[in-house]
Each structure stands twice: as C-alpha cells, then as structure tokens.
Design a protein around this ligand. Sequence first.
Ligand code: EPZ
Length: 429
Amino acid sequence: MDAFRIVGGHPLRGTVRISGSKNAALPILFSSLLGGEFTLRNVPCLRDIRTTLSLLRQLGAHTEHLDPPATSPSEWTGTISISDRQTPDYEAPYDLVRTMRASVLCLGPLLARKRRARVSLPGGCLIGARPIDMHLKAFEKMGARITIHHGYIDAETDGLVGAEIALPYPTVTGTENILMAAVLARGTTTISNAAEEPEVADLAHFLMARGARISGAGTSTLRIEGVEALCETGYKIMFDRIEAGTFLVGAALLGDSVRIEGVDPAPLASILDVLLAMGAEPRIEEEAITLGAIRKPVGTSVRTLPYPGFPTDMQAQILPLMATASGPSSMIETVFENRFTHVMEMNRMGAEIEIHGSQALVRGGSRLEGAIVMASDLRASAGLVLAGLVAEGETEIKRVYHIDRGYEAIERKLELLGARIKRVQEDQP
Ligand code: EPZ
C-alpha cells in the first residue's frame, strides 16, 4: 500500500492549478445512463472517476478518452466522450458500490431510462450511517416500486411521473438522483429544500445544455419539466472547490505567496470567511486567489452546514490551522455523525483537540510534530497531509489510497510548490 512521507516546515510558493470537481463530475457521468452522447472537459484523473467509468461500461455505456497526449504514457486526458448504447443491463453490483457510495447515483437515471434498477444497498461508512431513504421515498412518489432483499435495492416502474418532492434535509446526491430521474419523467417535478451545492447546480446546467427543462438551478427549489430525450453537448466540469480550499489552508499555514488558479471565488466564500476570521489576507481576482501564511493565526468557531455554509468536506483540513493558531477554536460537525476520526491522529502529532459529541474543542497554540499516522477517509487524509506539512520533522501517512479517490496528483502539486512530500510503499525504509 502507498504512504506519503512528508518533511514538514518547508514554505509553499508558486502557482497551483485546481482540477475539475470530483463531486460534480460523478453525477454528470452517471447522467450518461439517461442516453445519448456528450463530451466532458476538465474531468479529474481520480480513482472514483475510474470506478464510475467502469460501472458505466458494465451498464452499457461506451467511454472514450479523447486526444491522448503523445508525450504521456497515461491514457488520461481530462476529456471524455461518452455514449449510452441502451443495453438491457441495470445492475450496480456490491463490489462496485462498496468501493464507492456515489454509485447510488445510477438509480435515478436507470429508472428513468430503463425503468428498472438493481443497486447494492450501500452500507454505513466510517463518517456516518448515510442512509438513502430520501432518494427511495422520492422515487416511490414518482411511481417506482421498490423492494430491498439480500442487500440489494430492486426498483422498477411502468414509467416515472413528475411529483412534488419536499426533502426533509437538502441531501446532495439525493437531489442529484431525483433531478436526473425527473428529467425524463412524464410531467413536472418540483424538489423543495433541494441541496444548493454548486456541484448540484453544475449537474443542472449540464442537463440544461442537453435540452432538459429545469428552473431554479443553484437554489433550494428545482422545477423540472420532463422531456422525451436529451441532446448531444460538450461541457466543462466546474473546478473542485474542496481541492481549492485544501490548498488555501496549505497557503494559510505555510504560504510564501501561493497563487491558486482556475477557481471562481464565489463558491469559496464560506471557506474564505473562516480564513479571514483567522487573519488571512487573500488577494482575490476573477479566476485566482493568492494567499500567504497567516502571521499570527487566531482561533475561531466554525459549524459545518449544507451550502452556502462551511462544507463538512473542509472540516478536517481546517483543524491543523486551528491547532496551531493562538487561542481556542471550536468546530461543530452537523452534517455527518462520525467525522472526527482524524482528530486522534492529529493529537498524536501534538494537537490538543477534545471531542464532545459533535463538537471538537481545539486548545490552540500547539507545535505539531511529525509522526506515523493513518488516513481513514478522503478528507481526513487531506487534513493529515496539511498537518504533516506544518509539523516539525517527518510524518508518514499510511493508507493514502483514500486521498487518491478525490485529489488529483496532490503530492506532485505540493512538490511543485516546494513541499517535501513523496509517495512510498508502506514500511519502505
Ligand atoms: C455528498 O454526499 C458528497 N458526495 C460528500 O462528499 C459530502 O460530504 C456530502 O454530500 C455533504 O456535502 C458526493 O457528492 C459524491 P448527503 P451525500 O446526502 O450526498 C443524511 C467527499 O469527501 N441523509 O447530503 O452522500 C446523511 O446521512 C464526500 O467528497 C439521510 O439521512 O451526502 C448525512 O447525515 C464524502 N437520508 C446528511 O443527510 C438520505 O436519504 C447529508 O448527506 C440522504 C442523506
């Protein structure tokens, strides 16, 4: 298994270009099951994207990487053409869903187009129970019959019909699943209390570019009038705001001026607000943000919330900054019930963080020291990388396969900024 070895304390300087968004690319790729053809640009090269493409191929899609660069041995280009050949396959097996929960995003489009879906029920995961009851209730309201047997969801319909869906919580993949189903359903669907995350809006804009009739993209009320079929299009996936946020925190910890390019500052507002409260002085341009280390970071209080609130996917990364800031900080996690597994590892590096239920109380003023630590999920890994960058001495982060699910070449990007980080085999001397 791969590990990262980091020698901390080296300043970061230069420019980093942010990749396409994982959480926007995933639903957009799954929407290929609605049929037709399209080309996507800015698709990040990530393990979750490869898993999705292989599931889509099993379900009958044809995927092609366009213009492979002659100089690169990799077939990956970031531009993918995808078409659906309408095979009778409709099953997402356990082996794939187990490795990637987002596979449940095939339910909506399969039901809409093939009128049948069989998808392994995703179990709980380390960060929480993560049920999908809201997705299933909405599909039932739209005319699907759903049964769960032997760990599989079996869903079928004689044809989905539009419905009024009032979500009890603005679930992100739930909103995306219902939106994809509604695009080909008969009649009008309204989703109220819909997730407002920019990635949901990106999916809506993509579907609109394919001829879907959607109003309210990016707001909490989506109105979708079903159409017969979607048309061909080309589309550029939005930037990854969580990757951008991670580099922003890296710059706030160690930046000797880091320019973060390829971003739209608006969806980063809640992250920038926290950094500003801690003393950051970012220079914000139309498509770039430049930031240096905060000279005297001060503690602050943060609560994770659905967009436009502070994202739960940035909670682990902000903790090393809170740990080294002067004065106490607090972090309340309201989205997932068990998303503090990185805290014990950060404490082994010298942070002083106490967990009280859904709240982490950070003492502040700690000097972090390198240690051997274990990554437990994607964003926890990113938090540990940032802790390792600022810690004194060497940190080894085990199980970094988690980070490969969601960060494109993070160690190369950091190395280019001057970090001492290398990928090694675990236990390699
Ligand atoms: C999406 O997960 C993201 N995943 C997550 O990204 C992100 O952390 C999360 O939204 C919150 O922003 C993708 O976009 C692929 P939710 P999702 O449904 O859709 C409860 C990352 O690191 N809930 O909005 O699964 C649920 O248990 C990740 O990239 C129900 O109870 O999140 C949770 O407590 C991991 N019933 C809360 O809602 C349901 O039917 C929010 O979950 C659905 C959700």
